[in-house]
Design a protein around this ligand. Structure first.
Ligand SMILES: [Zn+2]
Length: 135
C-alpha cells in the first residue's frame, strides 16, 4: 500500500516532499504539455521551497536517463517477451513508449530528484494538516 509518509507517495503523485499535502505542480495532469514542468515556487502548507538552488532541477536529467531506461526495458519485455513481437516492432514500441510517456518520465525524475534531498517530516505535515483543517 502506498500512502502519505512514504517516499514513493511523493514520487508517484508529485506532492510536496516534506508534508505530502499538495501537488508541487501547477497542473496535476502531466499531459497538459505547456505545463509539464511548471512547478509552484513553494508549498502552501509547509512553505518548503522546491527549487533549493537556481537550476536545481537540471540534476533531474540524470535521473530521467535512468527512468527512461526503465520504461524502455519495460516496453521491450512487454512487446518482445510477452506479446512475442519481432525485434523491429519491439524497437518501435520502445520509441513510442519513450515519446508517449515523456511527460510522465520528466515529472517522475523531478519527483525522484527532489526526494533525494528532502524527506517527509511528520511534524510539518501534522502542523500544516491542522492549519488546513481550520480553513
Ligand atoms: Zn509541503
Amino acid at each position: 500500500m502506498i500512502r502519505k509518509g512514504m517516499k514513493l507517495y511523493s514520487i508517484l503523485f508529485g506532492v510536496c516532499p516534506k508534508c505530502h499535502q499538495e501537488s508541487m505542480y501547477q497542473n496535476k495532469n502531466p499531459y497538459v504539455l505547456s505545463e509539464v514542468i511548471k512547478m509552484k515556487e513553494s508549498c502552501s502548507h509547509c512553505q518548503t521551497k522546491y527549487q533549493i538552488e537556481p537550476s536545481f532541477f537540471y540534476g533531474s536529467m540524470y535521473v530521467s536517463y535512468a527512468v527512461g531506461i526503465a520504461f524502455a526495458v519495460a516496453a521491450f519485455i512487454v512487446s518482445y517477451n510477452i506479446l512475442g513481437s519481432s525485434l523491429t516492432v519491439a524497437f518501435i514500441a520502445i520509441v513510442a513508449t519513450l515519446i508517449g510517456f515523456m511527460p510522465v518520465i520528466m515529472r517522475l525524475s523531478r519527483n525522484i530528484w527532489i526526494n533525494l534531498f528532502m524527506s517527509y517530516d511528520k511534524e510539518l505535515a501534522k502542523k500544516s494538516g491542522v492549519k488546513s483543517a481550520k480553513q
